[in-house]
Design a protein around this ligand. Sequence first.
Ligand code: PLP
Length: 368
Amino acid sequence: MLPVIYFDANATEPLRPQARDAMLQAATLCGNPSSVHQAGRQARKLLDDARKRIARHFDAEDDNCVFTSGGTEACALAIHGLQQENGPRRVIIGATEHDAVRQACAETTILPVDANGQINPADLERTLAEDQSPALVCLMLANNETGVLHPVAEAGRICAQYGALLHIDAVQAAGRVPVSVTSPGVTSLAISGHKFGGPKGAGALLLAGGGARQLAPLFAGGGQERGRRGGTPALPAIYAMAAALDAAIADQEQRTQQQTRFRDRIDAAAKASGSVVIGENSPRLPNTTSLATPGIRAEARLITMDMAGICISSGSACSSGKIGRRSHVLEAMNTGELADCTVRVSLPWNVTEDEVTQFISIWARPAR
Ligand code: PLP
C-alpha cells in the first residue's frame, strides 16, 4: 500500500495527539455535567475548563461560549437566534458562504464577490444604507474552497456604523489565523473542532459582549448552555477541541510560515505546469490553494492523485459527493468553465516538506 498523503485538511484536519489524549481522559468520566453529585461535578469541571480555554483564544467571556455539535450548528444557531434579537432582521450574506450559512436562512440578500473571491465593502455599505431596517450580516472569514479571506474588519466597521449585527463563520480560520470576537462590529463567531485538529462532533458559537448574551435556542431541551442550546454536551469531543485549539494556537505562527512556503512551492509548480491559482490575488489561508488546469476535469485529477496516494478534493467535502453540481464559490467568482477543472489542496497541520515534494512531482504528470 502507498503511504497516504493527506492534503484535504479543510474537509477535516488529522486529530492532534493532545486532542486524542484529552478525549480519552474525558471519555473515562461517567458523570453528566448537569448532575449535582460528585461524578457530575467532575464532568462539569472539564466542561468549564474547556469553555474558559476556548473563550480566551477568541477574547470572549466564558459565559459567551456556547458549545454546539460543530460549525453547521453554530452558524444555524447564530442565524436563528440573532435574527430575532431586536428583530426580525433581514439577512445579508456573501455569495461564497458555506451551505451551513446559505441553507440556514429562508431569504437573503446576497453580496457579490469579485474575481478574487472577496466582497466589496462598498456593496455592503450600499445595501445597509438603502434599507435601514434591522439587519444581520453573515460573512465567512476564510473560504473553505479557495482559502480567500474576506475584509471582515472593514465589514465590521460598516455594520457597527449601521447598527447591523455581524456573524462571522470562522470555521476555516480558527486556529489558522488570528480571530477575535472583540473586533469592532463583530457579534458572533462560529468554530468547529475538527477543522483545527479536534475530533468531529464539537463546535462553538462565541458571542460578543459582557455578561451571558441571550439567544433564542434552536432546541431548548433541558436548558443547557444557559438556555441557548439544549442537550447533554459531548464532553469528550469538547474537551478535546480545547486541547486541539491550544495546540493549534501555540504553533500557529511557525505553522503559518511553513505552510505559506509549502503552498507557494505548490502554486509555483502548478503554474509552471499550466494550472491557474484561483483567488491568488487575495489574502488567503496559508494552508489552502485552489488549482484549475484547463482541459483536465477535476474528477480526472482527483482519481489520478488518489491512485498515487494523494487525497485532495474538488470543492467542499459536503458538496464534492454531488455529481454535476458546480461550485457556487467558483461560479460567484466568475471562473466559467475553469470551475469544472478546479481542485482544492489544503495542507494539514502535520504536513512535511517531503510530502509537498512528492505532491509536486505527481501533479506535473496527470493522466488526461
Ligand atoms: N463553515 C465552513 C466555512 C466550513 O468549511 C464548514 C465545513 O466544511 C462548515 C461551516 C461546517 O462545519 P461542520 O462540518 O463542523 O458542521
